[in-house]
Design a protein around this ligand. Sequence first.
Ligand SMILES: [Zn+2]
Length: 67
Amino acid sequence: MFFLFGFGTKRQHVGAGSARTCPRCHNHTQWGRVKEFKQFTLFFIPVARWNRKELEVCGICGAAVQL
Ligand SMILES: [Zn+2]
């Protein structure tokens, strides 16, 4: 029997975040809101997800802050 499984961190874009001044690139822009979670997949189907968190990500340099 052959099992195809994967493991990794996924990010899902959920919409627009708030306007922030980035601590890394110092631009004041609208950040994006993402959900991040760890997942385990079996035959490309997610079977377990954990460690969920919501982040906002700078659209310019990719810096992320946890909410
Ligand atoms: Zn930035």
